[in-house]
Structure formats: structure tokens, C-alpha cells
Design a protein around this ligand. Sequence first.
Ligand SMILES: [Zn+2]
Length: 276
Amino acid sequence: MKVQHYINKDVWPRCREVTLRDGILHCSLANERTYVLTEAYRYDLHIRFANAKTDHDLTQFVRDWGPLDLSEKEKLDNTASIPLSDFRIFQRWLNAVLHLLAAFKGEAGDERTALREFVEAEYENERNFPAPLDEPLSWSILRQQFAVTGSIGDWVSGASMGEVRTATDSLLHLVVVLPASGELVFRRRRNRGEVEARWAIDNLKEALCWMVWYDEFTQHPIICCQECRKVFRGETAHARKYCSHECGHRATARKWQRRKREALRSSKRNQRRERK
Ligand SMILES: [Zn+2]
């Protein structure tokens, strides 16, 4: 599906320099090197961010694409100091959303694991807000819907598959992957007015969520590796299950080992039966 890409003026700064000291990323902003958030979709920023495993990867991401969010003061000062854990908490949440979407579609992973990972990421995300609720909204919803009194994570582990599916259905509606809205900007030029349709996206964090939505909108899905759970694009129309040859190989080797063990077990069983 070809989608018209609207002109967008929501720009975001990259970083001139990023250093990691005592768990804090110190960023000096390169306000002369900005980019348009929605146009960066073509570089799959959400996938890059989700897969930034090491501190070095994450520092590099922030250098190339800027911090996730900035206060007005930080924008004015051209610097920001952000705990690395802020990035990790949001990264874990974004990965949990991608995995839950993949599990819902039956593409990768089991739904129970994905749901458990998501509710845990929701809790951690809520705790990281400046004025957190006792527990995230998603937890309260599940409590009400299924009369859960203890830990929501434990409930997910013990729930029936039917309950897990119903819970996933309720929570997927709640996942805010599109906090942005469309807006029209009006400008007067000499004797005629100009209207520009654009996305109102305030920061990189919102843009990453918007990209998850845009994948679905353009039917340009992400694949979740069934072995290591890394997210990636399938390069061909032919659906791929694994992100790399190594993961494919590891999965095949494991299957082969399992088959060998089963064969051994059944031959022992037969020997025992023959002896009787
Ligand atoms: Zn993999």
C-alpha cells in the first residue's frame, strides 16, 4: 500500500556529543543538525532503538537521533543529562509492545510470555513517571475484569489460555502507540493561504510509538525472531522466522537434539518391553 507522506515540520535535534558517566547520559544537543521525526521512519528508528542492546549501542543511538524527550529548559540550554535507566525502561516497554503484537498475530512467541512481559514493563514504566499511580491503568483493568487480588504477573502465569487471550485483547486497545494526532497548519502568503497537514509529534519518544502504528497503517510489519526475540524486517516477501543464520541454526540444532532424545527414549522403552 502506498501512503502519501505528508510534509512535516516536527524537527528533533541530534547530539554533538554523548558521554555516559555513572549511569547518566550527558548529551550536548546539535541544534544545527536536526531531522524531521516522521521522515526518520525510513531508517526504522523504532527497530534500531528496540535492538540497542549494549550501553555503547544506546549511546550511539542517542548521538545519532537525540534524546527521547526534552524539557523546554534543556532545549534552551542545548544540554540534557538523562539516566540511562530511563532509556532502558522505555526500551523494555517498546519491546514488550512489539512482542505482544507479534504473539497476538500468532507470528512469534507464546501469548502468555508476551503478556507477562508487557504487564511487568507497564509496571516499571508507571513507577518511572514523576508522579506514579500505585499501579498502571492496565493492572487496574485486569484486576476488575478477572477479580485479581494478588500480583498481576503471577495471575498471568496461572491464568487459563482463554483468560490470557481475553486479557491481551483488552490491553492491546489500551496500548498507546499513537499519542500523536493530525493537525492542519495555516499560513498566509501574500495573497493566498497555504494549508499544511502534518502529525503533531512532540518528541522522539512519541515518534517511536507512532512508527509502531505506521507499520500497521502501511502493512509493513516487523518480525520477531523466534529464537532470540530480536525485532527485524523481513527482507523478502517470504516470511522469515529467524533474524540470522545463527538463530535459525540454533533452533534447528535444538529440534534435532530433541528428536534424538525422543528416539533414544522410545528405543529404551521398547527394549524394556521386550525384556518383560
Ligand atoms: Zn535471532
